[in-house]
Write a protein that binds this ligand. Structure first.
Ligand SMILES: C[S@@+](CC[C@H](N)C(=O)[O-])C[C@H]1O[C@@H](n2cnc3c(N)ncnc32)[C@H](O)[C@@H]1O
Length: 224
């Protein structure tokens, strides 16, 4: 009876969440996290509005909620190398962090679409930020696969690409990388992530409490 009443999508989401830590108290990186502290002077929000209205769209861009979590993660982990897959506002955020907080942090941003790398570069130039480290994903793997990033956002391409690349991304996680997986509201993407988290013995954290946005999107964090 219950199977008929509860839609398939929600049964899958509920089953997957059982595999994760769901309370904010359980996440050592986000203890004490407060989104209002991340952008007190609203400059990040102004840049976000600029990006979603002049370059992309709110739906195709990471949520502002996730942007705040990513910034907090960078400031807490202080990575030697930071990487975002799926270039765009996230690439701006990494370089903003580099310019304002840690010039020694190496930043890479990848896409599987040359056009979006070009639009990202144009946006970065308008903000007087460096455009080095923008690469096609294939090129990045050929040159830097042995480099273990400290913080990584996986927001690359469409669902099929997310699923295909999640194993490779979580391979780095085993070596110490903190991974943020976006668009985890999609059951097929969740299922692939849960399988890899389980297979590799990693810890997964549902960040819906911090990243749920107006479109119903949310993210997960994965740690060794
Ligand atoms: C969710 S987007 C990545 C967003 C990026 N991380 C950001 O913060 O803006 C995923 C992929 O969609 C493509 N993309 C980005 N913006 C787009 C747009 N406005 N319309 C269509 N595709 C887009 C890019 O190739 C990117 O890899």
């Amino acid at each position: 009876m219950l199977r008929r009443v509860v839609p398939y999508r929600w049964r899958v989401l509920r089953a997957n969440r059982r595999e994760l830590h769901t309370s904010y108290r359980e996440n050592p990186l986000l203890r004490g996290y407060s989104p209002s502290n991340m952008d007190a002077d609203r400059t990040l929000h102004a840049a976000y509005e600029d990006y979603v209205h002049t370059v992309s769209s709110p739906r195709a861009t990471m949520s502002f909620e996730l942007a705040c979590v990513l910034l907090h993660t960078l400031q807490t982990v202080k990575p030697r190398v930071a990487l975002d897959l799926g270039s765009g506002f996230s690439s701006y955020l990494l370089r903003r962090y580099q310019a304002d907080c840690d010039p020694s942090c190496m930043v890479y941003s990848c896409d599987d679409d040359l056009g979006w790398l070009g639009r990202t570069a144009a946006f970065l130039r308008t903000k007087a930020l460096p455009v080095d480290g923008l690469l096609l994903w294939e090129q990045y793997l050929a040159r830097h696969e042995s480099v273990v990033p400290g913080v990584l956002l996986h927001d690359l391409g469409h669902s099929a690409t997310r699923i295909r690349e999640v194993g490779r991304v979580l391979q780095w996680c085993q070596q110490g990388t903190v991974v943020l997986l976006d668009d985890m509201h999609k059951p097929v993407v969740q299922r692939a992530a849960v399988a890899e988290i389980r297979r590799r013995g990693l810890r997964g954290y549902d960040l819906a409490w911090a990243t749920l946005d107006v479109y119903g999107r949310f993210s997960w964090m994965v740690m060794p």
